[in-house]
Design a protein around this ligand. Structure first.
Ligand code: ZN
Length: 96
């Protein structure tokens, strides 16, 4: 259950999930799935794009501007967790 950081974002694969803590949400987290390959650029190694899907028709992406100078995710992804099978979310307990 690692936090989402710029470093960790490069390790994401399709099917991994990103959980955004949502205090007061009855489901605990807003859950996004990595919906495709993480895109990187050889000539610009700091650049990244992680495609995301939420529910049936909500799409978004994480890119390098979603992290601060320490590599920590910023709003709206602040304090988000990377969730993979066998690594349940520490907020909601789900593995997907
Ligand atoms: Zn969660």
């Amino acid at each position: 259950m690692p936090r989402l950081t710029l470093h960790n974002a490069f390790q994401l694969i399709p099917g991994n999930a990103i959980h955004l803590p949502r205090p007061g949400n009855p489901n605990g987290c807003e859950r996004w799935k990595v919906s495709g390959q993480v895109k990187t650029w050889k000539k610009n190694p700091g650049r990244i794009r992680v495609p995301l899907k939420h529910g049936l028709r909500h799409y978004s992406a994480i890119n390098e501007t979603d992290f601060d100078s320490q590599g920590n995710a910023t709003y709206p992804f602040k304090d988000s967790e990377i969730v993979k099978p066998g690594m349940p979310c520490s907020y909601c307990g789900m593995e997907h």
